[in-house]
Design a protein around this ligand. Structure first.
Ligand SMILES: Nc1ncnc2c1ncn2[C@@H]1O[C@H](COP(=O)(O)OP(=O)(O)OP(=O)(O)O)[C@@H](O)[C@H]1O
Ligand SMILES: [Mg+2]
Length: 262
């Protein structure tokens, strides 16, 4: 029996007259890769935004590891163990790969009196820890990326930038990772490569005792088929189907939502 890691109940998000999430019930099981799919504007990104505290839900609740996190501040949800990537890249291009990744570990930055008294040593230690962890994560994707640690992100290819964004989301060791269209803007081959990487990173984290559950928003159906254990399909903010890829692909309502006809 699988354990439920995150559970949304009756989750509703209204923007004026638009209901982006409409009484959504959605459970994410521990250790799965869940595909969140649906046509443009169906509420996928809004679900991430509400879960991570960027938007306050209009109604309903979200529980994570059995504790309610509805309408908590984004920082609290991050500290609870949920991180994400964004549909549009949020890297700081002039900064180095390392700086962009280390930003993801701000939960460990301290500002108390004692810390300031012993600041130099503590800062040095934090820096060293972040450096080691960033190298470990980059190497999990690709050994060659470690050599780029102090290059500006602007010098990297699209796919490497996306890898850096995922490392940033992983450096705080989340238990739930939300990926919003990680393959956006990439070629077919690059998408294939990135998905292999994501599966490999997940496997290695699991072997190291840091299992991460993943929810991935993705438009390419062959990608969804390959990487997900289970899928949830949204349309107009409602869940219209859920199951394995084969099950949802055969679902008449899903086909109608995508194709607009029978
Ligand atoms: N901040 C906002 N203000 C107003 N309306 C919004 C806001 N964010 C989302 N919406 C609306 O909510 C609905 C769902 O948008 P959302 O971005 O969640 O869709 P999506 O499924 O991620 O689509 P896509 O596949 O195009 O990324 C849309 O009608 C969108 O216009
Ligand atoms: Mg979106």
């Amino acid at each position: 029996m699988s354990t439920i890691l995150l559970e949304a109940r009756g989750l509703t998000m209204r923007f004026g007259g638009v209901t982006a999430l409409d009484a959504l019930n959605l459970a994410v099981h521990k250790d799965e890769v869940l595909g969140l799919i649906g046509p443009n504007g169906s509420g996928k990104t809004t679900f991430f935004n509400v879960v991570t505290g960027l938007y306050a839900a209009s109604a309903g609740s979200v529980d994570f590891e059995g504790r309610e996190i509805t309408r908590r501040a984004a920082q609290e949800i991050y500290r609870a163990g949920i991180t994400r990537t964004f549909q549009r890249s949020r890297l700081c291009l002039p900064l180095t790969v390392f700086d962009n990744i280390a930003i993801g570990n701000y939960q460990h930055l301290q500002h108390g009196l004692l810390f300031n008294l012993f600041r130099r040593q503590a800062l040095k230690r934090q820096y060293q820890e972040n450096l080691e962890e960033a190298c470990r994560l980059l190497a999990t994707f690709n050994d060659k990326l470690v050599d780029r640690l102090f290059d500006p992100v602007s010098a990297l290819t699209m796919i490497d930038r996306r890898r850096v964004e995922i490392c940033r989301a992983l450096i705080s060791r989340p238990r739930l990772l939300l990926l919003d269209e990680p393959s956006a803007g990439m070629t077919h081959d690059e998408t294939h490569e990135l998905m292999s990487d994501i599966l490999q990173v997940r496997q290695r984290l699991r072997e190291a005792g840091n299992s991460v559950t993943i929810v991935i928003i993705e438009h390419e159906m062959n990608v969804i088929d390959r990487v997900t254990d289970r899928c949830v399909v949204l349309n107009y903010g409602e869940k219209i189907a859920e199951g394995t890829y084969a099950q949802i692909a055969a679902d008449a309502e899903v086909q109608r939502a995508y194709l607009g006809s029978d």
